[in-house]
Design a protein around this ligand. Sequence first.
Ligand code: 5AD
Ligand code: SF4
Length: 436
Amino acid sequence: MKFYIKTFGCQMNFNDSERMKGILNSLGYEQAQNYEEADLILINTCTIREKPDQKVYSLLGEYKKIKEKNPKALIGVCGCLAQRMGWELVKKTPIVDIMFSSYNMHQLPELIQQAQAGYKAIAILENPPEDEDKLWEYPTVRDNQYCAYVTVMKGCDKNCTYCVVPKTRGRQRSRSLESILSEVRSLVYDGVKEIHLLGQNVTAWGQDIGMHFSELLYTVAEVDGVERIRFTTGHPRDMDEKIMKAMGEIPQVCEHIHLPVQAGSNRILKLMDRGYTKEEYLEKIQMLREFKKGITFSTDIIVGFPTETEEDFEETLELISTVKFEQLFSFKFSPRPDTPAYSMEGQVPDQVKTQRMDKLLKVQKAILSEIAKEYEGTYQEVLIESWEDGKLVGRTRTNRWATMEGPQELLGKTVKARVIKAHPYNLECEVVSVLS
Ligand code: 5AD
Ligand code: SF4
């Protein structure tokens, strides 16, 4: 029996899929190369914006054909869209055999059994069940052997007015320190060098269990063999001095952080209910630069939030020029049902959103070229993650992609590399020495 999983959305969703692959392996399923040879297809959905929603419907139309060749094949939908739409989605997509929400991935074995017996297996829960932590007992199947995602918390207690996440992922639940550590230890045992802690709001880890995220950082760093630590996604509001100090003190924490700002105008930030001003955000960036020398930043920006004027948008451009983000993920505001921003007055026409997005990307491209130049001639520590088109590919501690010539034996090694030429999205390097 073979399975095929199609994943949309964020790293959390990708990590969920890795976990589902582990569950399916334990049931005797093997991974299929393409959906046509699969006996079980799962679509792990995202609903953060309207676009990924629509893609799911068109994919289902395509996957449906599989039943003509293999009538016993099962099609399942899970993740955030399933969570948000629930039974409405079941009615809209009669070909689906299995559907479950973000809360009950651990019930996948029972749901498959039910569907194999000819029943529709639907399990959409309103709230996380008590046995949700059972999920951690399953191993993950990872594509990357050297860098691993570890989900440390689920859900979000913030109330950003544009966001569906609190509805699709529920309230904040921190995974226990012991459970996280046992996964980290087993990953290191398997040869993983870089641990990437994940959560919709990772810097809030511990708040619901009387702990602080900085303690998690110190403790993970103590695990023998952990060479690098990253974490995503941090919220500027929870990014306090304790976390910054830990980042500075722990050598394994990489010099990079993704800190979504969303907008540069205080009026828009207030309407988004982000809980900080532009000045406060910039102060945190400055503090992080002081605590963690050489740190680089990436961010998310929403353009065309309701009532956003040209002046508001100019403030966003000003902010990105001030910070000089190494990566910028920009999105046109997409009104999501049941969020406060959905029904706000002053929705911005799509054409204006497109214009602003183009301008933002243009400004960012110039910033990137400028930043790239600063890398030329420098020495970088690169963890080699893969071998593509005859070249070694890895990432610097500052989260830049780097490619270089070298033998395949260097896969999984950390090397010192000299940057020969810097392009906006890639650093051409040469290996100077092997560090570990
Ligand atoms: N419209 C556009 N972008 C959104 N994001 C979240 N919700 C929306 C929305 N309704 C963006 C934010 C967030 C990223 C993951 O997706 O920038 O940080
Ligand atoms: Fe998409 Fe948000 Fe769900 Fe991630 S948590 S898959 S971004 S809706």
